[in-house]
Design a protein around this ligand. Structure first.
Ligand SMILES: CC(C)(COP(=O)(O)OP(=O)(O)OC[C@H]1O[C@@H](n2cnc3c(N)ncnc32)[C@H](O)[C@@H]1OP(=O)(O)O)[C@@H](O)C(=O)NCCC(=O)NCCS
Length: 215
């Protein structure tokens, strides 16, 4: 069988096109890597990320790692805000307890032996709800006295890191209409609405998160 020049040129063009497509879409073939440099790669389980975050001013730890006073603070605050739900330890355990997916942020200031809570002041919460096909970031809450300091933005970012470390490249959440611009500013887009307890809630989505090429 002989190949004409035309065959060779066509094959060459196809090969160049394939290389171009692979190059342009290289992110899609890149190995998944979480955005945080705190995650380490383990050959048998992929990227493993710490389920906590600590800065000079705050700590975010799973519910189970906090003392009783802090757990009670979180439950009291969430119950007072989301009155349609009955928050207690069982509610948190049933929804997010199994995999430590409910997180509490506390301050690192004023932690002394005499402090009521050895954890510091209760600042806020975030949960990653895995009961859905995609994890939903939920229970975003910051105590009123500490709002507008960027803490919710930090909690949201932490929730996204946890979502990514679970191998998902998309985060979703529900919010009320007045918070849509807040989430849009942080990279989310409204994709649908649902009606619950007489309210219209917006389903917001962010992703796919940027994938980094494997080192
Ligand atoms: C919605 C909520 C979580 C936001 O918390 P927050 O900690 O005030 O949020 P942030 O500080 O990250 O962002 C709030 C604003 O303060 C601004 N901000 C951030 N740092 C700031 C600072 N140091 N000084 C002043 N403003 C600041 C941000 O730019 C942001 O402004 P924007 O809305 O124009 O983007 C909080 O109001 C809350 O708990 N509400 C009740 C529960 C609730 O509705 N949860 C949402 C469920 S979907």
């Amino acid at each position: 069988m002989t190949y004409s020049l035309w065959h060779i040129v066509s094959l060459g063009i196809l090969a160049i096109a394939a290389v171009l497509v692979l190059y342009i879409r290289r992110d899609a073939f890149a190995e998944f890597r979480p955005a945080t440099d705190k995650c380490t790669y383990q050959w048998d389980s992929g990227y493993v990320c710490p389920s906590s975050k600590e800065t000079d001013t705050y700590k975010i730890l799973p519910y189970s790692k906090h003392d009783d006073a802090t757990k009670k603070d979180a439950i009291d605050h969430l119950s007072a805000f989301w009155t349609e739900w009955t928050y207690d330890h069982n509610f948190i355990e049933a929804n997010w307890g199994k995999d430590d997916m409910f997180y509490i942020m506390v301050s690192k200031d004023a932690v002394s032996k005499d402090a009521v809570s050895k954890d510091g002041r209760f600042l806020g919460t975030v949960a990653i709800d895995r009961k859905n096909f995609y994890p939903f970031i939920s229970q975003m809450y910051v105590v009123p006295s500490e709002r507008r300091k960027g803490l919710a933005t930090e909690l949201l970012r932490f929730g996204e890191d946890v979502t990514m470390s679970m191998g998902f490249d998309t985060a979703k959440l529900w919010c009320e209409k007045h918070l849509v611009p807040w989430y849009e500013k942080r990279g989310y887009q409204a994709e649908d609405t649902v009606h619950q307890n007489g309210k219209t809630l917006f389903i917001m989505q962010k992703g796919p998160f940027q994938r980094a090429m494997a080192a």
